[in-house]
Design a protein around this ligand. Structure first.
Ligand SMILES: Nc1ncnc2c1ncn2[C@@H]1O[C@H](COP(=O)(O)OP(=O)(O)OP(=O)(O)O)[C@@H](O)[C@H]1O
Length: 242
């Protein structure tokens, strides 16, 4: 089965600074891939290129069979995105915004179902700017899946969420994947990666230095915890030319 999300030899430079030096990754239908890497490794840059929000320097990128760089509105409707920060629609009530967004999709999810699924029922007439950070994140996810996407990109989606909301968010991501969606999520939270991801990919110095199940990374470094294994992996890569 061909992957729904694929990057091969992806390179990206901001001016003279080369950030991505040949990134290879793929995400299949129904799979959650967690993209890990230190601050500044290029995770958001990778995500933005896959989302069609940023142009790459070179390499192959395919999402749902299209190059995101020249994709159209129909393609956008099949891709869900939760950005790191997004501050639009501050004056819209949650429910009205979900119903409005549904109008732009051919086969939208039921806004009332989304409100219930993401624990927004109690806040549905509240304006977006009146939501707490965690409530806002849940609304972001509801908006991202409003069009029943086939690929979903989550950039550090649970920063600032309390433990219960975080758990609910993880369960929601798993259930979205179980419906056949390919999910790519960045995170610095190893417990989160363990909980949601089928596979992890580690981005260091512009390349993927590990790609496989978390247990494999742990086994490679003889450690029980993913966090210890991840840190040992990063240590083993230190000194590799950035
Ligand atoms: N618009 C830009 N112009 C120039 N350099 C940029 C730009 N955006 C990001 N960078 C640089 O590219 C590198 C990768 O940034 P990116 O945001 O992709 O990293 P990240 O892995 O998502 O980091 P974090 O974990 O801190 O969110 C960093 O060195 C950053 O300073």
């Amino acid at each position: 089965m061909s992957p729904l999300v694929r990057a091969a030899g992806l390179r990206m430079a901001y001016g003279a600074r080369e950030v991505l030096r040949g990134v290879d990754l793929d995400v299949h239908r129904g799979e959650v891939l967690a993209l890990l890497g230190p601050n500044g490794a290029g995770k958001s840059t990778t995500m933005e290129i896959l989302e069609g929000l940023r142009r790459r320097t070179s390499g192959t990128v395919e999402v749902l069979g299209r190059d995101p760089g020249d994709a159209d509105d129909a393609w956008r409707g099949r891709v869900g995105v939760v950005l790191q920060s997004w501050r639009d629609h501050a004056d819209w009530p949650v429910d009205a915004l979900l119903r409005h967004v549904a109008l732009y999709h051919d086969d939208p999810a039921d806004p009332a179902e989304l409100t219930a699924r993401f624990g927004l029922t109690d806040f549905s007439d509240r304006r977006v700017r009146e939501l707490s950070g965690g409530q806002r994140r849940r609304m972001d996810l509801a908006l991202a899946v409003a069009g029943r996407p086939e690929a979903l990109f989550l950039d550090e989606p649970t920063v600032g969420l309390d433990p219960r909301s975080r758990r609910a968010f993880h369960d929601a991501v798993r259930s979205i994947a179980a419906e056949g969606v390919a999910v790519l999520a960045t995170t610095h939270d190893m417990a989160e990666a363990e909980r949601i991801a089928d596979r992890i990919a580690v981005l260091v110095a512009g390349r993927i230095t590990f790609d496989g199940p978390g247990e494999e990374l742990a086994a490679e470094h003889g450690t029980g915890s993913l966090e210890d294994a991840y840190l040992a992996h990063l240590d083993s890569r230190e000194g590799i030319a950035p």
